[in-house]
Design a protein around this ligand. Structure first.
Ligand code: NDP
Length: 330
């Protein structure tokens, strides 16, 4: 085990949060019960906000960034895990209140970890990451609501070429739903079609304010954009349908009316991945194991070294990342 190792640490400098590489030792890590050697992490939108300083994600500093990690247990004071176990961690406050995955070694609580699902490698688990696991939470929530797939009406995915969107398109298509992708990047249409999208909606048509009850079009939707887009999507859902809303890439505001809800029985299903209970997480990973096509997973991911973290963070906040980026921790 090396004496010191590289981590990406967010600090407060002149009242502002800034991220930089720093050398840490095991003695610097929190006193949690499981020591993990991290092999891979990833960059989600929230990581982009945290590292670029564009959002105040860390609630205390110094804070090791990275809301996800995948690696191998080195030492454990918990009887839940033994050295050599391959594990995955999504959320639970990493990079907010707890030190995260951008570090060769990290100490975490035993109950935050899940065993690496047998269908995936450590690298693939981070190609999925919080974004992909959230897409699965959204798919499960829509299916539980029960109105997608009852006829051949389409399911809409907004922010489709991003991380949540790409995995959502692939999962829904693999389950046999007709998927329409909303994207602001027409150059991603071939990519989205390869993941299973059969229709496209230009992002701008949803981001401009429309009426409160528009033509009923979507059996359901997965929205990672929020703001005017979410208001328009709600007003285009068929009678009895639902939107699983998880994101704010287009803004955190929501100016809408109650009309779709009280006249069309439309549901707005809120999706949180960070504090989701273990049973929901396990079900989401089962959905991924059963329905995420490995060829799609390969198509939607790329691997970058840890040194690329600052650039990837800028790119994801600017909406320039296609699919998912895995970060090799070394
Ligand atoms: P990505 O950046 O990978 O994807 C976001 C996509 O949204 C972009 O690719 C782009 O898609 C679209 N987009 C970006 N900017 C705008 C804009 N100004 N207006 C409209 N569309 C825009 O991020 P992630 O997939 O990692 O995350 C997506 C969202 O989901 C984020 O807001 C994130 O915070 C949230 N999230 C929430 C979770 C939860 O627990 N609730 C968990 C994970 C993510 P395109 O180019 O195709 O138009």
């Amino acid at each position: 085990m090396s004496d010191s190792f590289t981590a990406m640490v967010i600090d407060t400098v002149d009242g502002k949060q800034q991220a930089a590489f720093r050398q840490l030792t095991l003695a610097d890590l929190p006193d949690h019960d499981v020591l993990v050697e991290v092999a891979f992490s990833t960059v989600n939108y929230k990581d982009g906000l945290a590292l670029s300083g564009k959002g105040r994600i860390a609630r205390r500093t110094p804070m090791v960034g990275g809301i996800d990690l995948a690696g191998v247990v080195v030492e454990s004071r918990s009887d839940k895990w033994v050295a050599g176990d391959k594990v995955v961690l999504n959320g639970w406050g990493l990079s907010e209140t707890e030190w995260g995955g951008y570090s060769r070694y990290q100490r975490v609580k035993a109950e935050w970890l899940i065993a690496l699902p047998p269908e995936f490698t450590l690298e693939q688990a981070m190609a999925i990451g919080t974004a992909g696991y959230t897409a699965a939470l959204c798919v499960n929530a829509l299916e539980d609501w029960g109105t997608i797939g009852v006829d051949d009406r389409e399911v809409l995915v907004t922010g489709a070429a991003g991380g949540v969107g790409s995995v959502a398109v692939s999962l829904l298509a693999n389950k046999g739903y007709k998927v329409t992708a909303s994207t602001g990047r027409p150059e991603t249409h071939d990519y989205l079609a390869s993941l299973g999208a059969s229709g496209f909606v230009e992002r701008a048509t949803l981001s401009e304010k429309g009426g409160p009850l528009q033509k009923e079009r979507w059996a359901g939707a997965i929205d990672s954009v929020g703001s005017t887009t979410l208001a328009n999507v709600l007003s285009q859902i068929v009678y009895g349908g639902a939107v699983a809303a998880c994101g704010l890439a287009g803004g955190a505001d929501l100016t809408a009316t109650v009309l779709p809800h009280i006249l069309r029985n439309v549901a707005l299903l809120g999706i949180d991945s960070v504090m989701a209970p273990v049973a929901k997480r396990q079900r989401a990973w089962q959905t991924l194991g059963q329905h995420l096509n490995p060829v799609h997973l390969l198509a939607l991911m790329r691997i970058e070294p840890m040194s690329a973290l600052p650039k990837i963070a800028e790119d994801i906040v600017a909406g320039r990342i296609r699919g998912r980026v895995v970060v090799e921790i070394n």
